[in-house]
Structure formats: structure tokens, C-alpha cells
Design a protein around this ligand. Structure first.
Ligand SMILES: Cc1cc2nc3c(=O)[nH]c(=O)nc-3n(C[C@H](O)[C@H](O)[C@H](O)COP(=O)(O)OP(=O)(O)OC[C@H]3O[C@@H](n4cnc5c(N)ncnc54)[C@H](O)[C@@H]3O)c2cc1C
Length: 463
């Protein structure tokens, strides 16, 4: 088909990080690009219901509580409990800044954002909000996901929330049950506990966040319990009963928990049901997710899918890189430098967690002869000065080649600290080793110094 028969070279569905990454990369590569967005503002779930509001609130809670609990405030006898509404006041301003900044990217690059729900009419044609058909040579589906709603749970009940609605919670509850201990459930458990809410975190699995390194999982569980979060593993919901004065969670194990509110944080569904996929035809799985190959192509090669709509890892960070990778593939530039398989984990619990590379469990299963170097934050001058002494950095490395195989960190700023290790891990063979950290002078006092301490600790284990 002749290119002039198409209105656009690429039509991106969704303006979250996945869609934005694809649109910007494609337009820089000379493609004629448009984006379809059904929400009133651009930025996606990331900006409006997910990453940005939750991280903005977390920052406000952490910094406010730290101030209120500081010895000076205690001595002055300042005892106040800010409400959720007060703590959230700054969030809207941050969202507005994000929206206007992202809007300017589209405007500067002459990428129109077409408002309305996009729906396929056939493999190359789409209607947006029922408007005249638009034809495009390629598509990127970046329509994100939404909280999974199981049958029988009344999400209209004023005390039952999901992650899209929880931040609109009316007066602060005294207690909350969080059903689902994935990243979102665990992050909210930390946040609400830090505000003084009694939290029950109900995990359907045996451990928290099983994809993490075991030592980090144990540390997280210890610190959550220490803060007062009640962890209940291996539980399954039987039913949820909303009453006038609370919510009763009936568990299959026979337990019954009554709390003021309930946050449902168990699973997400890809936003594919309104896309008219049957006209392509393309089929989503039972979770509404699309299958893609390594280049993010669906079974219809000119239709790509990126971000939450393809499932794991369901991170804004990954969605953006995937969008760029898909656009590069369309442009005929397959760029291995995008490192789409080298996605770090950043989990904004208290303590914060971040990791990249292999876990001890994976290396042991693969029979890799690795060794480990630890650095405890409490021994670092910088942590002693800031008072943020909870935490640890561990480096996993090959005991013969010293190649760094994994970096795992928990504690203040873990999600920043991990990137130093990631940068060295991604160096070419021979330069991706522990020696970088033993031979480099680090600013003092810094948290980065943890790398030198951990590297020397690991070296000392070799014989
Ligand atoms: C509470 C919470 C906290 C999170 N914290 C983090 C974090 O700290 N770090 C991190 O990396 N990730 C985090 N995430 C995950 C992150 O928000 C998502 O991975 C990311 O938003 C996915 O980007 P996306 O582009 O795939 O989809 P989205 O950001 O969801 O964007 C999809 C867009 O598509 C639009 N759309 C949907 N269907 C259509 C249609 N038919 N037509 C037109 N437009 C359509 C939607 O309106 C939306 O604007 C968090 C998520 C939640 C819920």
C-alpha cells in the first residue's frame, strides 16, 4: 500500500509513558505521528492515577512525618496530625506541571493529540471518539491498565477503594485492610501506616514481592511489621462485605477482618476491551493483555503494543523504553543500547527498595559461583548524619571474573543508589567488575560510598 494513502505513519493509542516514548522517538525519526487519548488530559494513568500522585503523596507524608517526629518538634510539644486531604494538596500542582511539560513535547514536535476513545475499524483504520476514520501505516497500542475488579466486590461502596480511587478517600480512616501485597499494595501499606492508619496487608502468596532477593524480602517484612503493619500471608478472599461503619473481609481460612476501609490492590486488567480488536483480528488474554515479540510487535506486525497493556513489569520506566524501542524498530533502527531487558526495580515502600540484575536465588539455581558483598547503611557517615541508617546495599558478583551480576538495595534513596551499580554492570566485559568500586575514590560522606564498602566486603570473602 502506498504511504500517501495513510493519514499518519504512526498512530499511538494512549499518552502515558509508553505512548509518549513511541510518539517522540518516531517523530524525531521523521515519521508523521498522531496520538489518541481518551482522558481529558495527557500523561496517562502514570500522571493521573498511578506513579506521580502516589509518589508525590509519599514524599509529602515522609517529609511531614519526619519533621513532626524530629526531636526539635517533640521538644516544642508540636503534636498535629495532618489529614490526607492536607497532605495531598501539593499533588495537583505537580500533576499540572507534568501535564503542561508533556503537552509542550507534543506541541514542539507537531504531534497532534486527538481526543476520544480510539477503536479499530480494520487493520489500518481507526476511529477516535466516533470521528471520521483515520488511516495509519503503523500503530502502537499503549492504552495501559486499570485495577482488576472481581465479581461480587462492590466498588461503589463508600468504604471500598481501588488504586484509582483510594486517593479520593474522604476523611482519614483509622484502619484499613489492603487486599493484595504486590508493589502497589505494599507501597500503599507503607504510606498509610506512616500516616498513623492501622494497616492489615493481606498477601495471597507466601512471601512479599517474591521477585526480589530473599534478603531484601525478609528486610521489608521485618520493617513493615516493625512499623506496625500486620502482614497476613497465604490468605485468600472469600467475600467482602461493606457495612455502614466499615468493611468486613471474609477470608477462605475462616478469618474475618473488620476495618474502616478496604483497598483492593490485587491484579490489573489491560485496557483492550474497547479497542475493537476483533476487527483486526487480535485477541487479548484473560487479563486483557496483548502478547508481543521482542520487538513489541503483536501477531499483526504493523501493530505494536507497549507498557502495562503487555503486562510485566508494568512500570512507567519500562513503558517509556518499550515505546522508544517499538518506534526504533519501525524506523529500521534496532538499537540494542536500549537495554529493554535490563529494567531495574524501584519500590517506594519504607524502606525504599531497588534492584537490578540477578537475585541470589536465581544465581544459586543456575549454579553460578557467585559471592556477595554487603554494606550496611548504619556504618556510613552520610547515613549517620542524615539519620537514615536503616538500609543495606549488596552486590552479587562472579567469584572468578568479579563480574557484577546483581545489585540489591533497601533504605533511603535506594532507587537512586542502584543506578551506580547498573551503570557499571552494563559496561563491556572486563570493565563490569567489582574492581571499579575498589579502585575508585568516592566523595565523602556519600551514600555512593556504600559501593566501595560492599565491594571490599565481597573481596574479603574470596580465597
Ligand atoms: C498506584 C500506582 C503506583 C505506581 N508507581 C509506579 C512507580 O513508582 N514507578 C513506575 O515506574 N511505575 C509505577 N506505576 C506503574 C505505572 O503507572 C504504569 O506502569 C504506567 O503508567 C504504564 O504506562 P502506559 O503508557 O502503559 O499506560 P498509562 O500510563 O496507563 O496510559 C495509558 C493511556 O491510554 C489512554 N487510553 C486507554 N484506552 C484508550 C483508548 N481506547 N483510546 C484512547 N486512549 C486510551 C488512557 O486514558 C491513558 O491516558 C504505578 C502504578 C500505580 C497504579
Amino acid at each position: 500500500m502506498n504511504d500517501s494513502q495513510f493519514d499518519y505513519d504512526l498512530l499511538v493509542l494512549g499518552s502515558g509513558p509508553g505512548g509518549e516514548g513511541a510518539a517522540m522517538q518516531a517523530t524525531k525519526g521523521g515519521m508523521r505521528v498522531a496520538v489518541a487519548e481518551r482522558y481529558t488530559q495527557i500523561g496517562g494513568g502514570c500522571t493521573h492515577w498511578g506513579t506521580i500522585p502516589s509518589k508525590a503523596l509519599r514524599y509529602t507524608i515522609t517529609s511531614t512525618m519526619k519533621t513532626l517526629q524530629s526531636p526539635i518538634f517533640q521538644e516544642l510539644g508540636v503534636h498535629v496530625s495532618p489529614s490526607l486531604a492536607q497532605l495531598q494538596r501539593g499533588t495537583q500542582a505537580i500533576i499540572a506541571k507534568q501535564v503542561s511539560m508533556r503537552q509542550s513535547f507534543y506541541e514542539r514536535n507537531n504531534v497532534p493529540v486527538l481526543r476520544g476513545n480510539a477503536r479499530f475499524l480494520d487493520q489500518h483504520t481507526i476511529t477516535i471518539g466516533g470521528c471520521d476514520p483515520i488511516r495509519a501505516k503503523h500503530f502502537v497500542i499503549a492504552t495501559g491498565s486499570r485495577p482488576f475488579h472481581p465479581e461480587g466486590v462492590d466498588f461503589d461502596h463508600p468504604r471500598i477503594f481501588d488504586s484509582d480511587t483510594v486517593l479520593n478517600m474522604p476523611p482519614q480512616p483509622g484502619s484499613m485492610a489492603i487486599y493484595g501485597a504486590g508493589v502497589i499494595g505494599t507501597e500503599y501499606a507503607s504510606m498509610f501506616r506512616n500516616m498513623g492508619i492501622k494497616v492489615n496487608l493481606i498477601n495471597t502468596r507466601a512471601k512479599l514481592l517474591e521477585f526480589l532477593d530473599d534478603e531484601i524480602i525478609d528486610a521489608l517484612a521485618y520493617h513493615l511489621r516493625d512499623q506496625g503493619v500486620i502482614l497476613r500471608h497465604n490468605e485468600e478472599m472469600e467475600r467482602i462485605e461493606g457495612t455502614d461503619d466499615g468493611v468486613v473481609l471474609h477470608l477462605v481460612s475462616g478469618k474475618r477482618l473488620k476495618t474502616d476501609t478496604l483497598l483492593w490492590a490485587n491484579g490489573r486488567t489491560g485496557n483492550t476491551d474497547e479497542l475493537g480488536l476483533e476487527t483486526i483480528p487480535l485477541e487479548a488474554n484473560s487479563r486483557g493483555q496483548l502478547e508481543v515479540d521482542e520487538q513489541f510487535q503483536t501477531s499483526v506486525p504493523h501493530i505494536y503494543a507497549v507498557g502495562d497493556v503487555i503486562g510485566f513489569p508494568a512500570l512507567a520506566s519500562a513503558a517509556y523504553t518499550q515505546g522508544r524501542a517499538a518506534a526504533m524498530h519501525m524506523l529500521g533502527k534496532i538499537d540494542g543500547n536500549l537495554r529493554i531487558n535490563d529494567i531495574p526495580t524501584g519500590i517506594y515502600t519504607s524502606p525504599e527498595i531497588s534492584s537490578v540484575g540477578k537475585t541470589e536465588r536465581e544465581l544459586t539455581a543456575a549454579k553460578v559461583p557467585y559471592e556477595v558483598g554487603h554494606s550496611l547503611f548504619r556504618s556510613l557517615a552520610r547515613a549517620q548524619i542524615t539519620g537514615e541508617t536503616t538500609g543495606m546495599l549488596k552486590i552479587l558478583f562472579h567469584r572468578d571474573t568479579l563480574e557484577i551480576l546483581g545489585v540489591h538495595c533497601f533504605g533511603a534513596n535506594a532507587s537512586e543508589i542502584v543506578h551506580i551499580g547498573q551503570a557499571i554492570m552494563s559496561q563491556p566485559e572486563g570493565r563490569n567488575t567489582l574492581e571499579y568500586f575498589t579502585e575508585t575514590t568516592f566523595n565523602y560522606p556519600t551514600m555512593a560510598e556504600a559501593y566501595r564498602v560492599a565491594a571490599l566486603n565481597g573481596m574479603n570473602r574470596l580465597f
